[in-house]
Design a protein. Structure first.
Length: 198
């Protein structure tokens, strides 16, 4: 089962920061997830709406820092981010996955960056998630772990969907998911889960 650092390493450092990214990288995660918003014409890392007097870590800085050492899951929080991504990502050699809860955002990403894989995010509805994923020609779905259970995971996997769960911080829950065939989890504590895998 893949371990993905949620917002870097949200439980071990400030979220969406270089410090959190470094912790996740040192832990040896399979992927790092961060959130993207727009400040002026600059893409920055932030889960919450932008606060005017705060300094944010920029996507361009993240790409230089990571430099392809670990795959990145860029969760897009605003549709306006999509049009700014090609300038940064077309020259990036590392592995990238784009995800969003918003269908229009993913549709825009599919048109602007057809070679970059996308994932559908959904809080609770497997029906909605698979419908959107089918329309977007992707098999990857990220869902809230609260609504996942063994039978559902088995059914989704058997039908060819690539299912991941957010946000899993319980070792016991992670083991249940792994036995059920879940492909990966997003966690606030990547160091803990990676140490369990060694």
């Amino acid at each position: 089962m893949k371990i993905i650092g949620h917002r870097g390493a949200r439980g071990e450092a400030p979220e969406n920061t270089e410090a959190g990214i470094d912790i996740a990288m040192r832990a040896g995660v399979d992927m790092i997830e961060v959130d993207l918003r727009l400040v002026g014409n600059t893409i920055v890392l932030s889960h919450d709406p932008i606060v005017s007097d705060k300094i944010y870590y920029q996507l361009s800085e993240l790409l230089k820092h990571v430099a392809g050492k670990v795959p990145l899951n860029l969760e897009i929080k605003e549709l306006t981010v999509a049009s700014k991504l090609p300038d940064l990502l077309n020259g990036y050699s590392g592995e990238v996955l784009l995800s969003s809860f918003d269908y229009d955002t993913l549709h825009a990403c599919r048109k602007l960056l057809p070679c970059i894989p996308i994932a559908v995010l959904d809080s609770w509805s497997g029906v909605r998630a698979t419908y959107r994923a089918s329309k977007l020609n992707t098999k990857r779905i990220h869902m809230n772990q609260r609504w996942l259970w063994r039978g559902f995971i088995y059914s989704m996997t058997r039908r060819g969907w690539q299912l991941y769960a957010f946000t899993v911080n319980s070792d016991r829950q992670a083991r249940v998911f792994e036995k059920s065939g879940l492909l990966g989890i997003f966690t606030d504590y990547p160091s803990f889960f990676m140490s369990k895998n060694k």
